[in-house]
Design a protein around this ligand. Structure first.
Ligand code: XMP
Length: 521
């Protein structure tokens, strides 16, 4: 259970994670329905569950079979708490096992798309068609129904694909309502939350702002807060929220590391200092960073140098002001979930690894405020909009911390950066004008340290190459190179070659991830 930065709504859902790759999606889908949901490891204590006081419980899927040795099991007491329960996939098998039904490895497994026939008399399938397309991902099936339960849906391969005990409000489905491929999955979750559990939708970013501002004011009192502002979505929204709560007692330090995009520092200053009157401390440390990067070609070394210099500059500026009561960070919910599938329940929470001991020395209370700790990225964007931040910032594409230093391949010089900045700026102008910017995960220019021959007018040239990298992706784990219209590519290349001195060739990267990465370094 995470330490909350807000007072939670009265009605909320607890999701017990049994290791499914989709667990996080369950929470996101429930929150999209305006109900607060939180993920906890399956072996959380009954005491903690009672304290959280959920209005409903969801048991996630998982890769195990319930009869495997060492399979994660649900505490029997869970089923006598008197709370509504929905078991999804492996969660269904846990319900069946707890109430003494029987499960078997299925002979013909159902992975992927399946057609389900739900009973119209079950509230869970209210408003759905007789046959619905759903997504399955498990090899087991229920072969004997537990006492007190009724079958409410079946598929071609599984007669018992959904069950319910209406009196005890315990439900189970073999398919995954949380995934996009289950066409009306959201409706199933909606039926469960609103019709079966009687929850009212009360979770909204508007109510989050009120509750968050109130608790920040309470925690900070008349103290001061230090924040490192990078200009990215998370730190910008953190700044805007804290600014609303404590105004000038928030000190935001923005470091120009010399590897930002064209005019990026001016945009950040304009946005936060001029428009928002944020207490912004701007430091131009370009020379220091570029000095340290001189002659460095190894990308990991570049990253280390930039990280180290940032701490040193940030500390120096903060020390000029003095000590602070609190430090703020833009940590998001996916960073603090103790995920069973990726880390194992006993792992320490990731965000704690982000504490820099030197910086913590400047913080009197030794405490870190993470106001976005309960939120998913999509929610942070909505929050940013509500706090008055522009679309250009809230929906901007990810930009790596080491910035253009890893997009100038090899040695990072002022000259190369200048060329890259101009080329990248033209690329973004054209992409934004064409309406493609928000459809792509990322698109950017890369400076290649190779010279190629060209001809301009009557003269031969021997100049640099710019690579354009555009990808579509949902989470950056995998990515496809983006197909862009011919006339757009033609315009981009024409403008870069004509307008950026020192470039005579533009190439488009047509590699997917894997095996390539999104960045070139
Ligand atoms: P790759 O290149 O590994 O990138 O496919 C995946 C995503 O991570 C971003 N990226 C970084 N972000 N610091 C960051 O903050 C880094 O050192 C870094 N390296 C890659 C990249 O832009 C993409 O979104």
């Amino acid at each position: 259970m995470i330490g909350h930065t807000i007072s939670l709504p009265d009605e909320k859902v607890l999701i017990l994670d049994f290791g499914s790759q989709y667990t996080m999606l369950i929470a996101r889908k429930i929150r999209e329905l305006h109900v607060y949901a939180e993920i906890v490891p399956f072996d959380i204590s009954m005491k903690e569950i009672r304290e959280f006081n959920p209005s409903a419980i969801v048991l996630s899927g998982g890769p195990s079979s319930v009869y495997d040795t060492g399979a994660p099991m649900a505490d029997r007491e869970l089923f006598s708490l008197g709370k509504p329960i929905l078991g999804i996939c492996y969660g269904l098998y846990l319900v069946v096992e707890a109430f003494r039904g029987k499960i078997e490895g299925a002979r013909s497994r159902e992975y992927g798309r399946a057609v389900i026939e739900g009973s119209p008399s079950s509230l869970l399938f209210k408003g759905l068609k007789k046959k619905e397309i759903v997504w399955m991902s498990h090899g087991d099936k229920v072969v004997s129904l537990p006492a007190g339960f009724k079958v409410t849906a079946s598929t071609e391969n599984a007669e018992i694909a959904a069950i319910e005990n209406k009196t005890q409000k315990i439900y189970g489905v073999q398919f995954h309502p949380e995934v996009h491929h289950t066409k009306n999955g959201k409706k199933v979750l909606k039926n469960y939350l609103f019709d079966i559990c009687g929850i009212r939708p009360s979770w909204s970013m508007k109510s989050f702002i009120d509750s968050s501002v109130e608790s920040i004011r309470k925690d900070v009192g008349d103290g001061t807060v230090l924040l490192g502002l990078s200009g990215g979505v998370d730190s910008s929204v953190t700044a805007a929220l804290l600014h609303r709560a404590i105004g000038k007692r928030l000190y935001s330090v923005f470091v120009n590391n010399g590897v930002l995009r064209k005019d990026e520092h001016l945009k950040v200053i304009e946005r936060f200092k001029k428009h928002m009157s944020l207490n912004l401390i701007y430091v131009d440390a370009s020379r220091q960073f570029l000095g340290k990067l001189k002659g460095v070609e190894n990308p990991e070394k570049k990253r280390r140098i930039i990280g180290r210099e940032f701490i040193s500059v940030f500390m120096k500026e903060a020390k000029k002001i003095g000590r602070f009561d609190f430090l703020a960070q833009g940590t998001l919910y996916p960073d603090v979930i103790e995920s069973v599938s990726t880390k194992g329940p006993s792992d320490t929470i990731k965000s704690h690894h982000n504490r820099v001991p030197e910086v913590m020395k400047l913080i009197k209370s030794g405490k870190v405020i993470e106001p976005l700790k309960e939120l998913f990225k999509d929610e942070v964007r909505v929050l940013g909009k509500l706090l008055g931040l522009p679309d250009e910032l809230v929906y901007r594409q990810p930009f790596p911390g080491p910035g253009l230093a890893i997009r100038v391949i090899g040695d990072v010089t002022e000259k190369r950066l200048e060329i890259l900045r101009e080329a990248d700026d033209i690329l973004l102008q054209e992409i934004k004008n064409s309406g493609h910017y928000y459809k792509l995960w990322q698109i950017f220019a890369v400076f290649l340290p190779v010279k190629s021959v060209g001809v301009m007018g009557d003269k031969r040239t021997y100049e640099n190459v710019i690579a354009v990298r555009g990808v579509t992706s949902v989470d950056a784990m995998t990515a496809d190179w983006a197909y862009l219209p011919e006339d757009l590519l033609r315009r981009i290349s024409g403008r870069i070659i004509n307008e950026v001195k020192g470039v005579n060739r533009v190439v488009y990267d047509i590699s997917s991830k894997p095996p390539s990465t999104i960045e070139w370094e």
